[in-house]
Design a protein around this ligand. Structure first.
Ligand code: AOF
Ligand code: ZN
Length: 376
C-alpha cells in the first residue's frame, strides 16, 4: 500500500516539545534492540494535557507493536490524547492486527510520528488511514528517527544488513601489547560492554588470519537476546580445524564463506564438525565479502559486525561496505613501529554523527560513514 501523504514538519511553537516527546519514543524503542529484528525498533507514548500517561515499545519480533503497549498502559486516559510514535503506525494485518485500528478504538485524536514507514504494506497507508478517519496526523520527518532505524531501513531498501566495523586499540592506534603482557588492550568494563553489544547482533564476521592467530570464540558472555552466527571469510587456503570456533558449534553456529577453490578435504572435516558452508561464485578474495553480505541479507539479518582482522576490515572499507565504526580506545600508549594498525590500506575516513561514551578508563567511539546515507 503506497499512499501519497505529504509530511507535515512541525515548525511552530510545538517543535521543541514534539522533538522531546519523540526523543522519549526513541529511547523506549532502543529497549527492543536485538529482540525485534528484522522488525524496526519502535517506541510510543500517549500524552494527555501535556503529561505522559502511557509508554510502550515493540518488545519482541512477532509480538504486539509499540502503540498497542502504550495504549494499553494508558488505558482510559488515552481517550482524546495524542500518540507520539517513532514510526508511522502500520495499517496491515501482519503477525498482529493493524495499529491504526487500535489507535482509532482508543479514541486518540492526534498522532505524531517520527517518520514514514517505507515497508511496502504500509508506506504512507497508515497516515492516510488515520487522516481519513479524522485524526490529525503529523509526520515529523525527524533525522533522529532515521538514525534509530538505519539498520531496518538499509535491509529494507538494499536487502543487505547494516555493517559495523569494530576493533579495540591503544590511544596511539596499536592493536597489541608487547609480548608477555596481558592480551587485553581495554579494561573489564569495556570488554563487558562489547559482550552486551555482541548479544544483539545477527552475525560476527572474521577473516582467516584472525581465526588462526587470535582463536576467538565470538560468543556473547553472558548470552544476550540473540545468538550471533559466527562467520569466517576464507580464501582458497585451508583453515585450522582445531580452533575454538569449530569446537563450540553446539553453543553457536558457524558459517564458512569460501570460494569454490576451498580445499575439499578441509571442507569435509569442518562440515563433520558442524560448520555450514556458503560457497561464493567469486574467486577473488575481495569478492567474497559482498556476496556474503547479500546472503546474510537474504537470511533477513539486520546487524552484522566485522570483528577483524586488519585485512578483512581493509577490504570492507575499500569496497564501501561499512556503515558504522565502533572503536574501543584504551588509555595505553604502546608505541613501536612493528605494532599492527587496526585496518590495512585505509584511505582517510571521516565519521559522522559521532558519539563518545566513557567506559571506566576506556572510550567507546561510534560513528557512521558518509556512504551509509539512506534513501529518503
Ligand atoms: C508499528 N509499530 O511497533 C512496529 C511496526 O508482522 P509484524 O507484526 O512483524 O509487522 C512487521 C512490520 O510492521 C514491519 O516491517 C514494520 O513495517 C511494522 N513495524 N509498526 O506500527 C511497531 N514494530
Ligand atoms: Zn503496528
Amino acid at each position: 500500500m503506497s499512499a501519497d501523504v505529504p509530511p507535515t514538519p512541525i515548525t511552530d511553537h510545538r517543535l521543541p516539545i514534539t522533538l522531546s516527546f519523540l526523543a522519549r519514543c526513541y529511547e523506549l524503542a532502543r529497549r527492543g534492540e536485538g529482540a525485534v529484528e528484522p522488525n524496526p525498533m519502535v517506541g510510543a507514548i500517549v500524552v494527555q494535557d501535556g503529561l505522559v500517561v502511557g509508554e510502550g515499545w515493540h518488545r519482541k519480533f512477532g509480538g504486539p507493536h509499540a502503540e498497542v503497549h502504550a495504549l494499553a498502559h494508558a488505558g482510559e486516559a488515552a481517550r482524546g490524547g495524542t500518540l507520539y510514535v517513532s514510526l508511522e503506525p502500520c495499517c496491515h494485518h501482519g503477525k498482529t492486527p493493524p495499529c491504526t485500528e487500535a489507535i482509532l478504538a482508543a479514541g486518540i485524536t492526534r498522532v505524531v510520528c517520527g517518520m514514514r514507514d517505507p515497508f511496502p504494506a504500509v508506506d504512507g497507508g497508515g497516515i492516510a488511514q488515520l487522516r481519513a478517519a479524522g485524526i490529525t496526523c503529523d509526520v515529523a520527518d525527524d533525522p533522529a528517527a532515521r538514525e534509530l532505524m538505519a539498520p531496518y531501513l538499509k535491509l529494507l531498501t538494499t536487502k543487505r544488513p547494516w555493517v559495523i566495523a569494530k576493533w579495540a586499540m591503544s590511544r596511539d592506534g596499536r592493536m597489541a601489547n608487547p609480548p608477555g603482557e596481558s592480551p587485553w588492550i581495554t579494561g573489564a568494563v569495556a570488554r563487558a560492554h562489547a559482550h552486551v553489544q555482541r548479544g544483539k547482533l545477527d552475525a560476527i564476521i572474521i577473516g582467516a588470519g584472525t581465526l588462526a592467530s587470535d582463536d576467538p570464540l565470538l560468543t556473547a558472555r553472558p548470552p544476550g537476546v540473540r545468538t550471533p552466527l559466527r562467520v569466517v571469510v576464507a580464501s582458497n587456503r585451508e583453515l585450522p580445524t582445531d580452533r575454538r570456533l569449530f569446537q563450540t558449534i553446539a553453543d553457536a553456529p558457524v558459517l564458512v564463506a569460501a570460494p569454490q577453490e576451498f580445499p575439499a578435504d578441509c571442507r569435509s572435516r569442518l562440515s563433520a564438525l558442524g560448520a555450514e558452508f556458503f560457497t561464493t561464485s567469486a574467486t577473488a578474495r575481495t569478492a567474497v565479502l559482498p556476496e556474503l553480505l547479500t546472503e546474510l541479507g537474504r537470511r533477513r539479518m539486520t546487524n552484522v559486525l566485522i570483528e577483524g582482522g586488519p585485512r578483512l576490515l581493509g577490504d570492507a572499507f575499500a569496497q564501501s561496505l561499512v556503515d558504522e565504526v565502533q572503536v574501543y580506545i584504551s588509555p595505553r600508549v604502546i608505541g613501536g613501529v612493528a605494532a599492527r594498525a587496526p585496518v590495512t590500506d585505509l584511505a582517510q575516513l571521516q565519521l559522522q554523527s559521532v558519539a563518545d561514551e566513557q567506559l571506566a578508563d576506556d572510550h567507546f567511539v561510534r560513528g557512521r560513514l558518509p556512504n551509509s546515507q539512506l534513501p529518503r
